[in-house]
Structure formats: C-alpha cells, structure tokens
Design a binder for this molecule. Structure first.
Ligand SMILES: NC(=O)c1ccc[n+]([C@@H]2O[C@H](COP(=O)([O-])OP(=O)(O)OC[C@H]3O[C@@H](n4cnc5c(N)ncnc54)[C@H](OP(=O)(O)O)[C@@H]3O)[C@@H](O)[C@H]2O)c1
Length: 298
C-alpha cells in the first residue's frame, strides 16, 4: 500500500510530498535527528520516512548487498538510482521498488568505464535530482593465480579501486553541492574485512580493499569540513553471489566449504540495515568505519 504524505523538510523548510511504502514493514518514524532528508512530522508519525527527500545512488545494485541496500533505502523514502552492468536485473529491481510505492531509476553502467559513470551521474541528476547519498558498492573477489599467467589481480584493482575512484569522481561534486545547500550528504563505500586480513590466494582482493579503506580515511579528512559524512563498511563473509564462481570449480567448492563452516552468514539485508542506520544518524554523528561479521567468524 502507498500513502502520500505532505511534509516539511526540516533543513530546507520546503514542502515536499513523499510516498510511504508500507509493504516492506520497514518504514520507521522520523527521529528528532536533523539529518537532511529527514521529514519533520505532521501529526501522522507512522507515515514519515527517514530518507524522504534524499536522492541515493547505489552501485553494484543488481545483486547481493547493493540490491538489498537499494530496496531498503527506497523503502525508507529515498529516490534511488541503481547502477550495475546487468540491465535486465536492474529493471526487475526498479519494478519491484516501484510496485512497493518507492522511486527508483535503473542506470546500467560499468564502473571501469569513466565516461559511462559520468554519463550515469548526468542521468541521475536529470531524472532524480542531485545525489546526496552515495553507496559505492560494486566489486568482485577473485583468486590471484599469481605467477601462473593470470591477471585477475588487475581486474580487482580495475573494478574495486579504479571503479570506486571513478564513481567518487563522478558523484562527489553533487554530494558537496547538496551538503552546501542542505547542510549534509553521505558517502558510503563497501570495503571488506579483507582490508585488514591476510587472505592467502586472494592478495589482490585484500590489497584492493585495503586501498579502498585507506582512500576512505583520506576522503573523510577532505570531505568532513564540507559536511559530507564518509563511512567505510567492512563486512566479513556475507551470503551473496560473490563466491559463486571464482573461475576455478575446485577452488570455488573449497572456499564455499570454508565459508559454510562459519555457520549462518549475514545477508545483504543485514549490511543494508547497517548502511541505513549510518546515514540516518544526526549530522553531528559520524560512523567512519563499520565492521559486520558472521557471529562465529573470529
Ligand atoms: N559477500 C561478501 O562476503 C563480501 C564481504 C566483504 C565485502 N564485500 C563487498 O561487497 C560488495 C558487493 O558484493 P556482494 O557480496 O553483494 O556480491 P555480488 O552479489 O556479486 O554483487 C556485486 C555487484 O557488483 C557489480 N559489479 C561488478 N563489477 C562491476 C562493474 N565492472 N561495473 C558495475 N558494477 C559491477 C555487480 O553487478 P553486475 O555484474 O550486474 O555489473 C553486482 O551488482 C563488493 O564490493 C564486495 O567486495 C562482499
């Protein structure tokens, strides 16, 4: 069911009409936090969504953590652009979000193609408005095959590091402008517990995530004075498609067995809940580095 609610943005003072999707059961009432996009209550607190008025971009939104995050941010009121290469999957997720009363846009693009990422940013600006919430999540994890002629490490660097840079380059001007106008914006990047872990056979992946986490520490210093809150999320194993095909059936089975031994894994939705929590804190609160592990991973 969709309920239209006219409210006042507590930051800009401008009236806006928002759609409240009650299908997910995840609508929450606005707190007293003065986060931009938070809509002040008008007496019907049950229909107020904490991300109403915000424009979110989620990369890697065709599956796993990105898909769950796009769905959750939309259910909490944000207009969400979903970016990844598999256009058919994105279209399906957009249809699902819209059917639940949310607003979403499919933006097929490869993050290793800076021109495509720039074009995607222009499209988001034209169709949804200036982004004030970026979830930089697209990535992949492959074994290195170092010394055996493989170059998967290069793909890891291209997608996980180069792609993250391209997306940040394309969207940071919008985040900074949104923060200047409304007082606040959020840049979230999905790194990994691998940023700090020794993973034999996956050194390229671990190194790429170490680069991302360190980039985020630097960006936080640069962007905090501009009111852009920077958050690195560093999950351990999550139940997604990431390990479904490591390019080597024997290795894929071995890795899947090792991960299964950890017991039940967090889901993409568990990570999405953490992201939604971080971006709805009051603006004087920053959660720069968030870890999320399977309960039995130590
Ligand atoms: N699952 C875990 O255990 C785990 C743990 C720690 C960190 N992470 C991180 O979480 C992030 C999301 O992964 P996931 O676990 O949700 O796995 P996933 O289901 O495989 O999702 C990966 C996403 O990245 C997108 N992607 C890959 N290459 C891309 C490219 N060149 N351009 C645009 N999009 C691209 C994929 O979409 P298309 O194929 O449609 O392009 C897909 O939507 C990754 O950064 C990963 O490193 C995962």
């Amino acid at each position: 069911m969709t309920t239209a609610t006219t409210s006042t943005d507590s930051t800009t003072g401008s009236a806006s009409t928002t759609n409240s999707a009650s299908t997910t059961g995840s609508a929450s009432t606005a707190s007293t936090a003065s986060t931009p996009g938070t809509v002040s209550t008008t007496g019907s607190a049950s229909t107020v969504l904490p991300l109403a008025g915000r424009v979110a971009v989620v990369t890697g939104a065709s599956s796993g953590i990105g898909e769950a995050t796009a769905r959750l941010l939309a259910a909490r009121g944000a207009a969400v652009a979903l970016l990844a290469r598999r256009a058919d999957r994105l279209a399906g997720h957009v249809a699902g979000i819209e059917a639940a009363g949310g607003t979403a846009l499919a933006v097929p693009a490869d993050v290793t193609d800076p021109a495509a990422v720039t074009a995607a940013a222009e499209r988001v600006r034209a169709e949804l408005g200036r982004a004030d919430l970026l979830v930089n999540n697209a990535g992949l994890a492959l074994p290195d095959h170092l010394g055996r002629g493989g170059d998967t490490w290069r793909r890891m660097i291209d997608v996980n590091v180069g792609g993250a840079f391209a997306v940040i380059e394309a969207f940071v001007p919008d985040l900074v402008a949104a923060a200047a106008e409304r007082g606040h914006a959020d840049l979230v990047t999905i790194s990994s517990a691998a940023a700090d872990t020794v993973l034999p056979g996956f050194g390229g992946y671990a190194a790429s995530k170490a680069a991302v986490s360190h980039l985020l520490r630097n960006l936080r210093a640069e962007l905090a004075p501009k009111d852009v809150r920077v958050t690195a999320v560093e999950p351990g194993a999550v139940d997604t498609e990431l390990r479904d095909d490591l390019g080597d059936p024997a290795l894929t089975s071995a890795v899947q067995e090792a991960v299964a031994a950890l017991g039940p894994l967090p889901t993409g939705t568990d990570v999405a809940e953490l992201i939604a929590f971080a971006v709805t804190r009051p603006r004087h609160v920053s959660l720069p580095r968030l870890s999320l592990l399977p309960a039995y991973e130590v």
